[in-house]
Design a protein around this ligand. Sequence first.
Ligand code: NYM
Ligand code: MG
Length: 211
Amino acid sequence: MNGLKRGALIVVEGVDRSGKSTQCRKLVESLKARNVNAALVTFPDRTTSTGGLIDKYLKQETHLCDEAIHLMFTANRWEKKAEMERLLKQGVTLVVDRYSYSGIVYSSVKKNMSVKWCQEPENGLLKPDLVLLLVLSEAEMVKRPNYGSEIYENREMQEKVAQAFRDLSEREKWEVVSADGGVEDVHKELLDKVIKKVSQVGTQPLHTLNF
Ligand code: NYM
Ligand code: MG
């Protein structure tokens, strides 16, 4: 890599309303303030052609069968792979708000698609250097009842998703961070882990997902 240090691929996962988007924005700001070249990536990216369809599906303005929408979410990540790889190799650390794990978890809790089936099309995408899972306690989940009107935003689905994320985090040995605390406390804990990772990956090769 000509001595140039690459950026780190950092993924933040969790249920809806766990504070991911706020935390991802703050991570990018804090990294930049420390002169770490960083950028935010959000999935689904609703601005691309697949993203437009995903947006309509989530808002329940169009119907797609479970298998088709699963593959749309995956295609939405494939569309961004080359650009993400280019940025990482240029030394930009990417903070990613949801990734393949959201894809696998939200789809596989529907029961008609196995985890194995859901994982398959994710293979070959860039492998994160660090996955941070934001978890809400049962008590805190009850305090945040104001889901929006998108398709998966209901208690039953979110509880299944939360459990599936916990199972995956144990298998994959992720960093699990409580999202119950105040925004600044959660931010501090995340930033600490991210900064450590950024300093470690410099000359390490990028890998791809291989479930
Ligand atoms: N979602 C997100 C999926 O079902 N599969 C995926 O691959 C991704 C990236 O989209 N309820 C779901 C989870 C969310 C919804 O995401 C919209 P967000 O981060 O709430 O905008
Ligand atoms: Mg949401």
